[in-house]
Design a binder for this molecule. Structure first.
Ligand SMILES: *[C@@H]1O[C@H](CO)[C@@H](O)[C@H](O)[C@H]1NC(C)=O
Ligand SMILES: *[C@@H]1O[C@H](CO)[C@@H](O)[C@H](O)[C@H]1NC(C)=O
Ligand SMILES: *[C@@H]1O[C@H](CO)[C@@H](O)[C@H](O)[C@H]1NC(C)=O
Ligand SMILES: *[C@@H]1O[C@H](CO)[C@@H](O)[C@H](O)[C@H]1NC(C)=O
Length: 967
């Protein structure tokens, strides 16, 4: 699936550690009842393989001093585990190391019968919100059996028969297991070994749950509510649309037909092969047969769609590319359409295999839970992740569209052509698509500095979450498919992509991509595991990739490199990094393989990759400034002594090329995070910031503004510090405010446009007088007359809204609300929703809260409102109260979308520093069933702990520093 949409916006609100797409730890119930376990897949003995992690000492060199401590201990087992398995049972980990089916805890279908082809006819009723289905499944019966078991969910089976050897049999019983989503057909005779055809007629529900085959609503030009139908099957919802073997490795081919009203457009993975008129008002649309593929990638849609089209020019077999939208929107798909052939051509080249289907469609869906879904040949998107209008959209959506489109297209190979053998390997799918999607965007738009954006966005999100005790290792065994949803989080996507970037730099991108080609070639149209990829990369590079990666993917957390300078030596020592800064010895046993990236490279380190494989290492202090983690390629934090920070700071001030763009950004991220955790004083961070006087780069400013703003936000209850920091912040941005102004000159480069918004938002939040006055002036003009539309450029509108609302304007609030209700485009609604949370008056805060769960806001969009309400100190506490008061409503509303429920818990608490809330939150949830958002809750509590400790620790030091520096 696409990157969690929340991630894009949440970043703007300073909180790196909370991605609401994080889920519960505990599974609902024992994974297998005894009646089920007999079908639990391959019963072959699971040999317990916990790899014996041994660490070869760093290559000895006379000048290299080794401090080899305690690294003979086996690596600590992942702390994160599902309750259904014993965390101390090493067999839990066997799924990570072994091939298919060797984990007996996996809840899978029996393998005595397997599908090879589905012929599927679906007839939706968009008025009654139902559909009927007929499926013929070509099967192979591997051993004679009386039962056939497959997945169904919320389907009503009407008739079933199976044809074996030319004879047809009907089941004597049909049993549904609700917990496991299975239906078992039992026959009174043995079905003999060989080919068979299973035929099932059934009914289903066209729900509004954004899962399975579901409906999505929109208003037509006359304001009438209308519906389209669309599918979303990942991870395990194909079973809501047709009876199937709903497991990623159970690949088959599909011939799909849709029976739909004549005037509607029907789409599926493949092009239309024929259309037949059934009745005057109904037609049957038949699609070509698909290649062999997984159930979760099957898709279809029906509705009043229009499209724009182009084709690839550089591929041997041209691919038709289209963007489909609801009526009137197709031109907004122009940008996505333009980049599609380029991305397809680029990937066809670097993956060494051409895109195998004749067409690739993108479809914008108004109701969409995730960001996007990579269905083969028919990719579906949340509207704001696909549509973009140069004239009316905030520019930031442009990069989001590019990144999302590239991510989904990457999946067409990595995921669709070669599919993960089981959900354990989801991180690889998502982490890789995120990395290679960024690679493609960087290739198409080198002027965007996308890798630096990656450093400040994805990397900080992944590292931030992984700095919590309540994190989990990248690789986690998934036993019950019900557990899958909880790993679609910043660890799988962002940390996953970050460690892949680190690995690709370690091996070099060329070697890495050669390994990817080898892997895709070997496993195309089949399934593969993480180990299969490591094998391909190891064969290509002649380096044991697994050894390097195990410490990054199988172990929770990331290291902090503590740097000290004594006796002419720099000593670096690695430990587990926790934002709570209270790591216990038993949590600190991992020795990561850390590519140090010291720059300039010390002569005494001979390994060109500078891989630290032991607890610590020393080298001679270089002359002048030096830097760890050059290009911020390694996934760790570096804690320098203050004197070293000063030396680097001076280099930054002098514009030395020692410190590049990613380095300047990474340094801000590291020192800010370390000051929050207490590894260094917050004043060291503020000292560092002062060296960025000449900074002009967008990504660096994004971090500077957010991390300084974060101090003001978290210390909001301390008037002295809050005011002092805001003063500091005003001083910081003043120069850039004057330089950039409010206008967007014709032909301005993308990054400068983005930068302007960052600067003005930061200035606004800090109460920068000229900025506030100008926001008010422009806003007044903007609302006075539609002819003044251009006074607030779309990329600055949200910021202007936020500023006027946070100044307490009631009249302005009415205007922004009106703007939201009248906005013709979803991205315009989104910016209004993000700003509305900044209102000040209690009654307006209550109104915004009520809006969040009203009919006007799509359920998928609640987090935009919550993000504003949580960033705003005036509404945090009331919003937590509101969540409590409306808990039953929220819990019912988001029953099937656990991510949103988690967001409702985490957001309002995320920037609070009130330690008493910890007890209160625990008490509130004490009598509630929290299993579906336990992880979000744990993270929220840990966040409160971190924030309140920060305030308690720094209250004095910070106010002293502020006074000493005249703030
Ligand atoms: C792991 O390594 C230790 C130390 O070398 C050795 O004593 C032990 O037998 C090894 N265990 C396995 C399972 O290989
Ligand atoms: C999960 O396991 C922990 C520790 O064994 C236990 O305290 C807790 O009650 C379990 N939770 C559930 C939902 O089974
Ligand atoms: C998974 O892929 C492997 C090849 O990588 C293949 O041998 C195996 O049969 C596949 N499993 C299934 C269930 O198709
Ligand atoms: C890290 O380095 C600092 C000096 O920069 C030192 O005071 C501190 O004790 C070190 N911490 C660890 C865990 O080594």
């Amino acid at each position: 699936m696409g990157p969690p949409p929340v991630a894009f916006f949440f970043f703007l609100f300073l909180i790196f550690i909370f991605s609401p797409f994080c889920f519960n730890v505990t599974s609902s119930s024992p994974t297998h009842s005894s009646s089920f376990s007999q079908f639990s897949g391959d019963q072959e003995d699971a040999s317990v393989i916990v790899e014996n992690f041994t660490y070869s000492p760093y290559s000895q060199n006379r000048k290299t001093h080794q401090h080899q401590q305690a690294f003979a201990a086996p690596i600590s087992l992942p702390q994160f585990t599902f309750n259904s398995t014993d965390p101390t049972d090493p067999s839990t980990h066997s799924t990570m190391c072994n091939k298919a089916g060797s984990n007996p805890n996996r809840v899978v279908l029996p393998t005595n019968v397997t599908p090879s082809h589905y012929t599927l006819t679906i007839t939706p009723d968009l008025n009654e919100f139902t559909f009927t289905g007929y499926v013929e499944i070509d099967l192979t019966i591997h051993e004679a059996t009386k039962t056939v078991k497959l997945n169904t969910k919320d389907l009503t089976i009407k008739t079933t028969s199976i044809e074996v050897d030319g004879k047809s049999y009907e089941p004597v019983s049909t049993d549904h297991d609700e917990h496991h989503d299975t239906t078992t057909f039992t026959f009174d005779t043995d079905l003999s070994k060989g080919a068979a055809i299973l035929r099932i007629r059934y009914d289903g529900i066209l729900s509004d749950k954004m899962a399975g085959f579901y409906r999505s609503s929109y208003k037509d030009a006359e304001g009438n509510t209308k519906y389209m139908g669309v599918t979303q099957f990942e991870a395990t919802d194909a079973r809501r649309a047709f009876p199937c073997w709903d497991e990623p490795a159970a690949k088959a081919t599909y011939t799909i037909s849709l029976v739909v009203p004549t005037e509607l457009v029907a789409l599926s993975n493949m092009p239309v092969s024929s259309v037949t008129q059934v009745e005057p008002e109904q037609k049957t649309v038949n699609f070509e047969k698909t290649p062999i593929m997984s159930t979760y990638l099957v898709a279809w849609a029906v509705g009043e769609f229009e499209y724009i089209e182009t084709t690839t020019t550089k591929l041997e077999k041209p691919v038709t590319c289209r963007v489909y939208t609801l009526p009137g929107l197709k031109e907004q798909g122009r940008f996505a359409l333009e980049i599609t052939p380029k991305v397809l051509e680029y990937f066809s080249e670097i993956f060494g295999t051409a895109y195998p289907l004749p067409k690739l469609d993108h479809l914008a869906v108004p109701d969409f839970d995730a960001g996007a879904m990579e269905n083969w040949g028919l990719v579906t998107y949340r509207t704001v992740a696909l549509l973009f209008d140069e004239k009316t959209s905030d520019l930031r959506f442009k990069e989001q569209v590019a990144v999302t489109v590239a991510h989904e297209i990457a999946h067409q190979w990595f995921g669709n052509l070669v599919t993960m053998e089981w959900w354990d390997h989801l991180w690889l799918n998502e982490g890789f698509a995120t990395w290679v999607g960024t690679l493609a965007v960087d290739h198409l738009f080198p002027e965007w500095d996308t890798w630096s954006t990656f450093v400040v966005d994805d990397m900080q999100r992944g590292i931030g979450l992984d700095s919590l005790r309540s994190s989990h290792p990248i690789e986690v065994p998934v036993n019950d498919p019900h557990e899958i949803h909880q790993i679609f989080d910043a660890i799988s996507y962002s940390k996953g992509a970050s460690v892949i970037r680190m690995l690709s730099n370690w091996l070099t991108v060329d070697v890495f991509l050669a390994g990817i080609r080898r892997y895709l070639k070997k496993h195309e149209y089949e399934n593969a595991t993480t180990d299969d990829l490591w094998n391909a990369l190891s064969e290509e590079s002649k380096i044991d990739v697994r050894e390097f990666m195990n410490t990054w993917t199988r172990v929770i957390g990331i290291p902090i490199l503590n740097v000290t300078e004594t006796d002419g030596l720099v000593t670096v020592e690695q430990h587990r990094f926790l934002s709570t800064n209270d790591v216990k010895a038993e949590e600190d046993e991992t020795i990561w393989w850390v590519p140090l990236g010291v720059h300039p490279k010390p002569a005494s380190i001979v390994d060109p990759n500078q891989t630290l494989k032991s607890r610590s290492l020393s080298f001679e202090i270089p002359e002048g400034a030096y830097l760890f983690n050059k290009h911020y390629s390694g996934v760790f934090r570096t804690n320098y002594p203050p004197s070293t920070i000063k030396r680097i700071g001076k280099a930054i001030l002098e514009g030395s090329d020692l410190v590049g763009l990613s380095d300047r950004a990474g340094l801000v991220a590291d020192i800010a995070s370390l000051s929050k955790s207490g590894h260094t004083a917050t004043s060291n961070f503020l000292d560092l910031v002062q060296y960025y006087k000449n900074e002009e780069a967008y990504v660096v400013w994004e971090l500077l503004a957010n991390r300084v703003g974060e101090i003001a936000s978290i210390f909001a209850d301390d008037e002295r510090i809050n005011q002092g920091i805001k003063h500091f912040q005003r001083n910081l941005v003043d120069r850039m405010v004057s330089k950039l102004g409010w206008e967007f000159p014709e032909g301005e480069d993308y990054l400068t446009s983005r930068l302007r918004n960052v600067i003005l938002r930061s200035a606004g939040r800090a109460g920068h007088e000229a900025t506030v006055a100008e926001a008010k002036r422009r806003f007044a003009l903007f609302v006075s007359d539609p002819a003044h539309d251009s006074i607030l450029h779309p990329s600055i509108r949200q910021t202007a809204f936020e500023i006027v609302l946070s100044q307490g304007g009631e009249e302005e609030f009415r205007h922004v609300l009106k703007y939201f209700h009248a906005a013709p485009k979803q991205d315009q609604q989104v910016i209004a929703l993000l700003a509305l949370g900044f209102v000040q008056q209690p009654e307006l805060i209550a109104e915004v809260q009520a809006l969040a769960i009203s009919e006007s806001v799509r359920p998928q969009d609640i987090f935009y409102v919550l993000a504003g309400l949580s960033a705003n100190p005036a509404s945090r506490r009331p919003t937590w109260e509101w969540v409590k008061a409306n808990w039953t409503t929220l819990a019912n509303r988001y029953k099937s979308s656990m991510s949103m429920l988690g967001a409702c818990v985490k957001y309002p608490l995320s920037q609070s520093s009130d330690a008493s809330l910890i007890k209160e939150v625990k008490e509130f949830f004490a009598d509630k069933d929290t299993k579906d958002f336990q992880r979000a809750l744990d993270q929220a509590l840990e966040g409160l702990d971190i924030n309140s400790a920060w305030v308690a620790r720094e209250q004095q030091g910070l106010s002293e520093w502020l006074s000493a520096n005249n703030y």
